[in-house]
Design a protein around this ligand. Sequence first.
Ligand code: ZN
Ligand code: ZN
Length: 271
Amino acid sequence: MELLRSHLSRVRIPEPTNRIYKEECCISFDSPKSEGGLFVDMNTFIAFGKDFVVWNYEKTRNPVYLHIRETQVLPSEDRPSKKPTRLAIGLEGGFDNSEPKYEQSYQLVILPDFVTLPFPSVELPEKVRLAVDAVILNVSAEKKEQVASWTADSKVISKHAMQLEQLENGIIISPSGWKCEKCDKTDNLWLNLTDGSILCGRKNWDGSGGNDHAVNHYMQTGYPLAVKLGTITADLDAADVFSYEEDEAVLDPLLAQHLQHFGIDFSSLQK
Ligand SMILES: [Zn+2]
Ligand SMILES: [Zn+2]
């Protein structure tokens, strides 16, 4: 418990705008039903299977995780499963095709030593209890994305987001007063998340828009992700992130971290 207290500053209580991933590892296909369960980073609310949680810890140093496991509830003894009497699945007398039932169990896990603490427990610090309750009760980001994918404007997580290279070039982005590094454009500007370059967007068919400097920079460097300046607010999901390599608007679950690399504190920005 002392160990957990020493890491309290790394635990966040999710806000309504935060996406909470808790159904599938962002890298593998592990889920709470997998053998090792699923680990939700209590700072970023991104989920990892047991093969990737250490990788995330080494990358982010976030030590506190909610470990979620789902185990199948076996039919109780007093209600033996009847043998099907007909090959009529789901019909009277046929196979019972109701979904198998699962039971969730939770514990807190602290890396790097995988120290476990039971949840629920009255001994947990208030902040941790509130944070875990919110993670458990909120609709998962996966479900929200599923719903979003049924509508027209669906965005998927960029395959480059989780392992994006960011150069340690000391570049700090000012909160305003931006200009393209290659021309005089001051609007329609894109911040490349690998090297922090600020360059203008694409030229439109009618000659309006930018001068293609951002997309040309990608052609030269291969740095795949850029965020449109002016779209970064406290609601990071609403930010315009574009993947040149995937040629579409994408989600970057680590956007906060990627912006912090260039000195941008998104939480101070207003909508
Ligand atoms: Zn330009
Ligand atoms: Zn850095």
